[in-house]
Design a protein around this ligand. Structure first.
Ligand SMILES: C[S@@+](CC[C@H](N)C(=O)[O-])C[C@H]1O[C@@H](n2cnc3c(N)ncnc32)[C@H](O)[C@@H]1O
Length: 206
C-alpha cells in the first residue's frame, strides 16, 4: 500500500472524530500561529491538515490567506464540505508534501501537527526541511508538533520518529531559531494519553 492509499483508506473508513489524533480544536497550534503572526494578511500553510478544524478556526480568527495541504483527497473534501461557502476562501493543495511544487518565499507560517513524525528516513526529513526552506519567507515561522520522546511508537498503524524539543529543532538546523516549545498530552477519543512536543521556530534571515 502506498502512503497515499493508506491515508485515503483511513479517511474512507473513519469519521473525523474516530481517529486517534482527533481534537475538536487544535488549541496549541492555533495559539502558536496567533503568537507568531497575528496579522490577518499573514499567509499560512497547514501541512497534512487532514480533517482538523484548524482551518475553520483560522478563518474565524480573521486570517485571509490560508492554504491547507494533505495527501488525501478525501480529507480535504470533508473539510471543504464542512466549511460550505467558506471553502472558496482557502487554497486546497492536495499532494505529498515531499513532492509538491510549492511557491518560493510565499508563507509567513508553516504549520504541521502529526505529519513530520511519519518521516522515519533521514532523506525524507532532509527533503521536508528543503520544502520548508523553499516555501517560507525569511523571518517566517515553522510550527511543528510531533510525538514526544515518551509518545507512541506508531500512529495510524505506521511507525513514527519521536522527538524532544531539542531533537526536533535540530532536524531544522541553524537556519531556524527555536523560539518556544512545549509538551502536551493529547487524549485520544478513547481516552489514551499521547505525549506531543511542539516547536515554534523562526527562519533566520540570510
Ligand atoms: C495524524 S494525521 C494529522 C492530521 C492533522 N494535522 C491533525 O492534527 O488533526 C496526519 C495527516 O497527514 C497527512 N499526510 C501524511 N503523509 C503526508 C504527506 N507526505 N504529505 C502530505 N500529507 C500527508 C495524512 O493524510 C493525515 O491527514
Amino acid at each position: 500500500m502506498t502512503n497515499r492509499s493508506h491515508w485515503e483508506d483511513v479517511y474512507q473508513h473513519k469519521t473525523a472524530d474516530q481517529v486517534s489524533w482527533y481534537a475538536p480544536h487544535l488549541q496549541t497550534s492555533l495559539a502558536y500561529i496567533q503568537a507568531a503572526s497575528s496579522s490577518p494578511t499573514s499567509s499560512i500553510l497547514d501541512i497534512g491538515g487532514g480533517e482538523s478544524t484548524l482551518v475553520d478556526d483560522l478563518l474565524d480568527s480573521g486570517y485571509a490567506s490560508i492554504a491547507v495541504n494533505d495527501i488525501s483527497e478525501k480529507a480535504l473534501a470533508v473539510c471543504r464540505e464542512r466549511l460550505g461557502s467558506r471553502a472558496s476562501r482557502v487554497h486546497w493543495l492536495e499532494g505529498d508534501v515531499l513532492e509538491m511544487d510549492l511557491p518560493v518565499n510565499q508563507f509567513d507560517v508553516w504549520h504541521d501537527r502529526a505529519v513530520f513524525h511519519f518521516l522515519t528516513e533521514p532523506s525524507q526529513r532532509a527533503r521536508y526541511v528543503e520544502q520548508v526552506m523553499h516555501a517560507l519567507k525569511e523571518g517566517g515561522w515553522a510550527i511543528v508538533g510531533s510525538f514526544g520522546a515518551n509518545g507512541p511508537t506508531q500512529c495510524s498503524g505506521l511507525p513514527v520518529q519521536r522527538y524532544t524539543a531539542e531533537s526536533l529543532h535540530s532536524q531544522f538546523g541553524d537556519a531556524f531559531e527555536l523560539m518556544e516549545h512545549k509538551s502536551e498530552h493529547h487524549l485520544t477519543p478513547w481516552g489514551s494519553s499521547q505525549e506531543f512536543v511542539y516547536c515554534l521556530c523562526r527562519k533566520r534571515a540570510g
